[in-house]
Design a protein around this ligand. Structure first.
Ligand code: BTN
Length: 327
């Protein structure tokens, strides 16, 4: 695996140029046959690599596959995604797998990625539409030094990181909907599901799962009015690999801010990206529904809703629908 990553880094540094098999072999201290075998493996993963007996090898295109070699090549982080990356073309749920690994002691920064999910989990017991080759389905293991009641802060860190990753990819009208849906033109382009393992006074692990709609051209009937994808918004193909790398980079940044400076700067940035205050909303909770105007977000991210009787209600979790939103 290491040989393949080094080889890929060399080929990428000279994309569209020829490099001799001998030179590669020498720099990696491997035989020309070993180079040939590693090239074969890369081709199997979708890399278009030309070969010529006289000139050597030339990388023409890389696949937009969320395979570890692609994610690692060019990843700017120090910890997140830099340890183990577990990838499978199909998984039940990357969150479920990440939770198993976290419970077995996998370190902070471990990343689980799938090209499709058969039982993708959404918030509030829903499922997450996860067709093959079209989205990003990824889960990250974190071990924040926080008590369990501060766990929701990680959700806000993730929403900020995701929104910033989108904004740096394309000039998009991105908005966070409380607590952590990412919307473009009031339609959902990404969802975040954080799950936690803890004892009463300490978080053992948090699994941060993110699902991003990237290449979808259409959605099933039940999602048509509420979901969108980057392709539908930009009419362009966005690299899933580059977007995931940027997300990991922003995540490491904001997680670092949370650890060094506390929650306040994270919440400040979240508010800039969310623009919830003053909006008329309805909130669906498991046992009831409430309507009113957003009064604000408190210092722990709790939604303050002025209800129809003028009372301020503190909402800890639920599903927000904007008043003009149709179902
Ligand atoms: C939501 O309902 O908005 C949250 C959706 C989270 C979906 C992602 S996809 C990757 C990760 N694995 C899962 O099973 N769910 C999350």
């Amino acid at each position: 695996m290491k040989t393949r990553n080094y080889l890929l880094t060399r080929l990428k540094a000279k994309r569209n140029q020829w490099i001799s098999g001998e030179a590669i072999g020498e720099s990696l201290s491997i035989s020309r046959t070993a180079v040939w075998k590693a090239i074969g493996k890369l081709r199997e993963q979708g890399y278009d690599i030309r070969s010529s007996p006289r000139k050597g090898y030339c990388l023409v295109t890389s696949p937009d596959h969320l395979v570890p070699s692609e994610i690692l090549s060019g990843l700017q982080t120090t910890v997140l995604g830099k340890g183990e990356i577990i990838y499978l073309p199909k998984m039940e749920s990357t969150n479920a797998r990440a939770r198993e690994l976290a419970a077995q002691g996998a370190p902070e920064g471990t990343l689980v990625v799938a090209d499709s999910q058969t039982l993708g989990r959404g918030r509030l017991g829903r499922t997450w539409f996860s067709p093959q080759g079209t989205g990003i389905y990824a889960s990250l293991i974190l071990r924040p030094p926080l008590p369990p009641d501060k766990g929701p802060r990680i959700t806000f860190v993730t929403a900020v990181a995701a929104a910033e990753a989108f904004v740096s990819t394309a000039p998009l009208n991105i908005r966070i909907k409380w607590p952590n849906d990412i919307l473009i033109h009031d339609r959902k382009v990404a969802g975040i599901l954080t799950e936690m393992g803890s004892d009463p006074d300490r978080i053992h692990y948090m699994v941060v799962g993110i699902g991003i709609n990237v290449h979808q051209k259409t959605f099933p009937k039940e999602l048509k009015k509420t979901a969108t994808s980057l392709f539908m918004e930009t009419k362009k193909r966005t690299s899933r690999v580059a977007l995931l790398q940027t997300f990991l980079d922003r995540m490491e940044h904001w997680y670092g801010v949370l650890k060094r400076e506390g929650f306040e700067p994270v919440l400040q940035r979240w508010k800039e990206l969310a623009d919830m205050e003053g909006r008329m909303i309805r909130v669906r909770m498991p046992d009831k529904e409430m309507a009113g105007q957003v009064e604000g977000i408190d210092s722990e991210g709790v939604l303050l809703l002025k209800d129809e009787a003028g009372q301020i209600q503190r909402i800890l979790s639920g599903d927000v629908l904007f008043a003009q939103e149709k179902e």
